[in-house]
Design a protein around this ligand. Structure first.
Ligand SMILES: *[C@@H]1O[C@H](CO)[C@@H](O)[C@H](O)[C@H]1NC(C)=O
Ligand SMILES: *[C@@H]1O[C@H](CO)[C@@H](O)[C@H](O)[C@H]1NC(C)=O
Ligand SMILES: *[C@@H]1O[C@H](CO)[C@@H](O)[C@H](O)[C@H]1NC(C)=O
Length: 447
C-alpha cells in the first residue's frame, strides 16, 4: 500500500509544473510600463507563470548609447527595462527570471552576473523554487542561452544568494555538473546540427537530455515556428525549420513528457518569427533591424491566435492530464502569404529549408463534438474532413486568393471564417512567416 507520505510527495511533485515564455529584452529598448503590463497580462491569462528575460550585458554610459550599441553591442537599457518588468509583474502577480544570453556574456562574467542576481533576484516578482525544483521555495531561478560550464556556484557564493540554475547547455555539459540544478534544451524545431530537415519534431532529444540529466529536473522547449531571413552581410541567418504541424503536435509531446518546466520559444523574437506575443506596429525597433530586419517578414503578420491553442494545453499540463479540454470552440488557421516557389524581388535568397514546407493552409480545430471541417483555398475544390472532438490540425493544398475555413454540423454552419490575408505571388520578400487568424461560432449560438 502506498503510504500517505509517498502520496503527498507524489502530489507535491505533480503540482510543480511551470510554463515560461522566452522574452527578448534586447529588442525592447523603448518599452513603456503599459507595454510591459499588456504583455504580462496576456501571458498570465493564458496560464504562463513567468517570462525568461533574455539579456545581454548592459553598458551604463548612455549618452552615446545608440552608437555604442551599434559598435560594441551593449544593451544600455537593461536596468530601465528590467525595472519596469519587475514592477509590472509584481502588480499583476506574475513571475520573472533572467536568462543570460551567453552569445554576449562569457564565463568570466561571474561578478556582473552576481550583481544582477542581487539587484533583481531579491525583488517580489522573482521566480523562486525549492532546491529540487519541485515547487515554490527560496532558490532564485535563473537560466541561459548556452554558457556551458559557467560556474553558477561561484555566482551563488559571490552574491550570497541561493540559486536554482536551469541553463541551456549541451547534454554532455549537463551530465554530472553541480553547476546545473536543472537542464534546458533549446532545440524546439526539427533539425540536425541546427540545419533544417524534412521531418516532424520528435521527443528523441528530450529523451537524451533526460538521460544525461539523470534525475535532475528538465525544462522542455515548445515553439510554433521558425523563420529568419537576414542578409549574409548582417547576421548570416537565413533559414526555415519545418514547422507545418509543429505547434499543436509539440504541445501533445509536452503532455506526454510532463516535464516540471516547459518554455515557449518565444514571446517576442520577431527576427526568428517564433513569437506568440502581440505585434508592435508603431515600434519598428522591436522588429530587430528596422527597415532591413524582421519588419520585412513580420509587419501585419499576427500570431495572436496561436496563444489560443497553447491555453488549453497549458491547463491540461498543469493538471497532469494527457489530453486538453476544449471549453470554447474555435478555429485557429495559419498559412504563408506566398507559395514557396513564388519569385520575389528580394536580394536575399530563399531561406535554407524552404523546399520542405508544404504549399498548404492549416487549421487547428478546437471542438467539443465532432463536425465537418471544410477548407476552401482560392479556386481549389473545397476539401472536407470529418473532424473529431478535441484539438487537431487539418490542412489542404494552397491556392492563390481567399482562404475560407468552415465548420458544419448536420448541415448547419457553425464557424465560417475568411482569412484576412490573401495568398499571392506579388512579393518583394521571400517571406516564409505564417499568418495566423481565428474564427468562432457566432455569439450566443448553441454548441
Ligand atoms: C555521471 O557519473 C556517474 C557516477 O559516477 C557515471 O556512472 C555516469 O556515467 C556519469 N555520466 C556521464 C554522462 O558522464
Ligand atoms: C508531419 O505530420 C503530419 C501530421 O501527422 C503529416 O501529415 C506530415 O506528412 C508529417 N511530415 C513529415 C515530414 O513527416
Ligand atoms: C444535409 O443536406 C443534404 C443535401 O441537401 C441532405 O441530403 C442531407 O440529408 C442533409 N443532412 C442532414 C443531417 O440534415
Amino acid at each position: 500500500m502506498i503510504s500517505l507520505y509517498a502520496l503527498l510527495v507524489f502530489i507535491a511533485a505533480a503540482e510543480a509544473r511551470y510554463i515560461f515564455a522566452h522574452y527578448m529584452v534586447g529588442i525592447v529598448a523603448s518599452y513603456t510600463a503599459s507595454e510591459w503590463f499588456n504583455d504580462i497580462l496576456l501571458a498570465k491569462n493564458m496560464g504562463i507563470d513567468a517570462f525568461a528575460l533574455n539579456i545581454g550585458p548592459s553598458f551604463l554610459f548612455s549618452p552615446l548609447h545608440h552608437l555604442i550599441r551599434a559598435c560594441i553591442g551593449k544593451d544600455y537599457w537593461n536596468d530601465q527595462q528590467l525595472g519596469l518588468a519587475y514592477s509590472m509583474a509584481a502588480q499583476l502577480g506574475f513571475k520573472l527570471f533572467i536568462s543570460f544570453d551567453f552569445s554576449y556574456w562569457n564565463n568570466g562574467d561571474v561578478g556582473a552576473i552576481a550583481s544582477y542576481m542581487q539587484r533583481y533576484g531579491t525583488l517580489p516578482a522573482q521566480l523562486k523554487v525549492s532546491a529540487d525544483g519541485s515547487g515554490p521555495g527560496d532558490r532564485i531561478f535563473v537560466s541561459t542561452f548556452v554558457g556551458d560550464g559557467f560556474s553558477w556556484r561561484a555566482v551563488e557564493a559571490q552574491a550570497g544568494l541561493g540559486l536554482f540554475a536551469c541553463p541551456f547547455w549541451q547534454p554532455n555539459s549537463l551530465a554530472n555538473n553541480s553547476n546545473a540544478d536543472c537542464g534546458f534544451m533549446w532545440n524546439a524545431w526539427p533539425s540536425t546540427n541546427n540545419q533544417p530537415i524534412y521531418a516532424n519534431k520528435t521527443t528523441d532529444d528530450d529523451a537524451y537530455y533526460l538521460q544525461m540529466l539523470a534525475g535532475k529536473p528538465y525544462m522542455a522547449p515548445v515553439s510554433p515556428w521558425f523563420f529568419t531571413h537576414y542578409a549574409a552581410d548582417t547576421w548570416n541567418k537565413n533559414w526555415l525549420f519545418y514547422s507545418d504541424y509543429l505547434w499543436q503536435a509539440r504541445w501533445e509531446q509536452i503532455l506526454e513528457l510532463q516535464p516540471p518546466f516547459a518554455q515557449i520559444l518565444t514571446w517576442n523574437d520577431f527576427g526568428e518569427a517564433n513569437y506568440i506575443g502581440p505585434l508592435h506596429p508603431n515600434k519598428k525597433d522591436v522588429y530587430a533591424g528596422a527597415s532591413t530586419g524582421a519588419v520585412r517578414w513580420v509587419t501585419k503578420i499576427s500570431h495572436d491566435a496561436w496563444r489560443d491553442i497553447a491555453k488549453p494545453y497549458i491547463a491540461a499540463y498543469k493538471a497532469g492530464e494527457s489530453t486538453p479540454t476544449v471549453t470554447k470552440e474555435e478555429f485557429v488557421f495559419y498559412y504563408r502569404p506566398y507559395p514557396k516557389d513564388a519569385q520575389c524581388s528580394d536580394p536575399v535568397p530563399r531561406p535554407t529549408g524552404w523546399q520542405f514546407v508544404a504549399d498548404a493552409v492549416f487549421v487547428v480545430a478546437l471542438l467539443k463534438t465532432p463536425g465537418t471541417v471544410i477548407i476552401t483555398s482560392g479556386a481549389n475544390v473545397p476539401v472536407s474532413v470529418e473532424a473529431q472532438a478535441g484539438i487537431h490540425t487539418y490542412s489542404a493544398p494552397m491556392a492563390l486568393g481567399k482562404q475560407r475555413f468552415q465548420l458544419v454540423r448536420g448541415n448547419v454552419s457553425v464557424i465560417d471564417v475568411a482569412g484576412p490575408l490573401q495568398i499571392s505571388t506579388a512579393c518583394n520578400t521571400y517571406n516564409f512567416n505564417a499568418f495566423v487568424g481565428a474564427g468562432f461560432p457566432p455569439k450566443g449560438s448553441v454548441q
